[in-house]
Design a protein around this ligand. Structure first.
Ligand SMILES: [Zn+2]
Length: 480
C-alpha cells in the first residue's frame, strides 16, 4: 500500500510549499519567465537604423525611449507619479561633428607626413568643437591635474595653442583617481591649460563623451599612431605607461606636428530622457524603499556610420525589459518596490544616471540597492563592479545564480565610484550599487559599426537578467 500513501502525500507537499517558502515561488517563476529569444528580438530592434544609434538628444533616442515606455506600460508597470509618461527629462548640450581629418606633418628634412585614416588612426570626439589646429604635439602623461592627490601632469609644461597628447589610465597606487581618470575630465583639463586640441591615445573609436568645449578640438587616436608620434624621441606608449602607472610624471614636446580639422554643428540645448517604470511593493512597512534595476539605453549615434550599439548597451536594455515584463507578470508583488530605469546620456558621461541619483522621484521611495547591467551580450558570466564594496548585493546575486543559473560565472570587483559606469553616481550618493558586465567572452566592435546583433550571445543576456532579477527580488523581500 505504499504507492497509494505516496500518491496521497504528494499533493499535500505541493500545497505546503508556498506556505513554507513564502515569496520564493513568485521569484522562481519570474526568473524563469525570462527568455533569450525575446531579449534578442529587442536587441535587433534597438540596434536597427530606425533608432539611429540612439544618441541622447536625437530623434532616434527619443523614439527608443518612447518604445521602451510603451513596452513597460504593456507589461503592467506603472510610471512614477511625477512622470506619467514614464520619461524623466534632463538637459543635454548636443554638439555634432559632421566632418574631420587628421594629418601627421613631415618631420624636418623627411617625407614622413601622411593623411590619417578614421577608425584606424583617429576619431574625433563626436561632440568636439569645430575648427582647425596646426601645431606640435606635446605629450602630457595621463593629462591629470589633481592637487588633492599631489599630481600635475602639466607641471612646467607650456601647451598654449598646442596639440596635447595624453594616455588613458591612472597611477596604480590604490588611491581613488576616478574623478580624473575620465575622458572628459582630461579634455577639460587640456582646455584649462590653453591647449588648442587634445588627443587621447588608446583606441580610435567613436565616443560622444562630454559637452562641447568651446575652442578645443578633441579626438581619440590609436596606440600605433601615438607610437609613431613618439618614435623620434625613442619612446613608446608602453614604456611611458609603465613610468606613469608607477606614479611618475613624464611630459615633453614630441617634435612631431599635426593638422587637425573638425567641422561641427554649433552646440544646442536638447532634452535627454531616463525611462522609469515601477512595480509597487506590497508590504506597508517596506514599500517606501525600492530596489533599482537599470541599464543605459543610449549609444553613440549614426556618424560617420550607424553605430548600432548592440552589445553596448541594447543588450543590457533588452535584458532589463525582460526583467520588467517578468516583474509585471508576477502574481505576488515583492515587499519592496522595484524600479526599472533605462538611462540616457551614459555615453556622454553618465548624464542620465547622475540626474536620477540627484533627482530621485520621491514617489518611488528610498533606493536601497542599484543593480545596473552594461554590455551583457557576450560571455559566460558577469564581472560585478562594486561586488566587493557591497557584499550583501553580491551574496544575493550568488544566491540567485545558485538557484537559477548554476553554470553562470560571477566575479566580484572593487569599485571606486567608477566614473565609467552608471552605478557610480549612486555609489557616490551613498547608495549600495553595482554594475554587471558580461565577462569571459569577446565584446566585438566596441564603439564601432561592428557592434551588431550578429555578435550577440542571447544566452548571456538571459542568464544576466535571470540572476539580476532574482537577486533584486531576494533583496526586495529581505527583512532588513
Ligand atoms: Zn559605450
Amino acid at each position: 500500500m505504499k504507492p497509494k500513501a505516496n500518491r496521497l502525500l504528494f499533493p499535500l507537499v505541493l500545497l505546503a510549499l508556498p506556505l513554507r517558502a513564502g515569496e520564493l515561488p513568485a521569484a522562481e517563476s519570474a526568473a524563469k519567465a525570462i527568455r533569450a529569444e525575446s531579449a534578442y528580438a529587442t536587441v535587433a530592434r534597438l540596434a536597427s537604423p530606425e533608432y539611429g544609434g540612439r544618441l541622447t538628444g536625437t530623434e532616434g533616442f527619443g523614439k527608443a525611449a518612447r518604445w521602451i515606455a510603451g513596452e513597460a506600460r504593456r507589461a503592467g508597470l506603472k510610471p512614477p507619479a511625477e512622470f506619467p509618461g514614464y520619461l524623466q527629462p534632463f538637459p543635454v548640450t548636443l554638439g555634432r561633428v559632421t566632418a574631420a581629418s587628421l594629418e601627421i606633418l613631415p618631420s624636418e628634412g623627411k617625407e614622413d607626413g601622411r593623411k590619417l585614416e578614421m577608425w584606424k588612426d583617429f576619431m574625433p570626439i563626436l561632440t568636439s568643437s569645430g575648427g582647425e589646429v596646426r601645431g606640435e604635439v606635446v605629450f602630457a602623461g595621463f593629462g591629470i591635474t589633481a592637487p588633492d592627490l599631489g599630481r600635475d601632469d602639466y607641471a612646467g609644461l607650456d601647451v598654449k595653442g598646442k596639440v596635447v597628447m595624453v594616455l588613458r589610465g591612472q597611477p596604480q597606487d590604490g588611491r581613488d583617481w576616478s574623478l580624473h581618470n575620465d575622458s572628459h575630465a582630461r579634455y577639460r583639463n587640456a582646455q584649462a591649460h590653453g591647449a588648442a586640441a587634445c588627443l587621447l591615445a588608446d583606441q580610435a573609436v567613436a565616443s560622444p563623451n562630454g559637452e562641447p568645449l568651446e575652442g578645443t578640438l578633441t579626438g581619440e587616436i590609436s596606440t600605433a599612431l601615438a607610437d609613431e608620434i613618439l618614435r623620434g624621441k625613442g619612446l613608446s606608449v608602453e614604456t611611458l605607461r609603465k613610468a606613469l602607472e608607477a606614479g611618475g610624471t613624464v611630459s615633453f614636446p614630441t617634435g612631431r606636428s599635426v593638422r587637425f580639422h573638425v567641422e561641427a554643428a554649433p552646440p544646442r540645448p536638447v532634452e535627454g530622457f531616463n525611462v522609469l517604470a515601477v512595480r509597487p511593493g506590497a508590504d506597508r512597512a517596506l514599500r517606501g524603499e525600492c530596489v533599482v534595476l537599470s541599464a543605459h539605453l543610449d549609444h553613440c549615434g549614426d556618424w560617420p556610420a550607424l553605430l548600432p550599439g548592440a552589445d553596448d548597451n541594447a543588450s543590457g536594455s533588452a535584458s532589463l525589459l525582460e526583467m520588467a515584463r517578468a516583474a509585471g507578470a508576477m502574481k505576488v508583488a515583492p515587499a519592496r518596490t522595484l524600479v526599472f530605469a533605462w538611462f540616457g546620456g551614459e555615453e556622454m558621461g553618465l548624464l542620465g544616471s547622475r540626474h536620477l541619483a540627484e533627482h530621485f522621484p520621491p514617489s518611488l521611495g528610498r533606493p536601497v540597492a542599484v543593480l545596473n547591467l552594461d554590455m551583457v551580450g557576450a560571455g559566460n558570466g558577469v564581472y560585478v563592479a562594486g561586488g566587493r564594496n557591497f557584499p550583501e548585493i553580491f551574496s544575493a546575486l550568488t544566491e540567485a545564480r545558485d538557484r537559477w543559473e548554476p553554470a553562470f560565472v560571477l566575479q566580484a570587483g572593487l569599485s571606486q565610484g567608477e566614473a565609467r559606469a552608471d552605478h557610480g553616481p549612486f555609489q557616490k550618493a551613498g547608495i549600495p550599487a553595482v554594475s554587471l558586465f558580461g565577462s569571459g567572452g569577446h565584446h566585438v566592435g566596441y564603439h564601432t559599426p561592428e557592434d551588431t546583433p550578429f555578435f550577440i550571445t542571447p544566452r548571456t543576456m538571459e542568464a544576466s537578467a535571470r540572476v539580476a532579477l532574482g537577486a533584486a527580488l531576494l533583496l526586495a523581500d529581505r527583512k532588513t
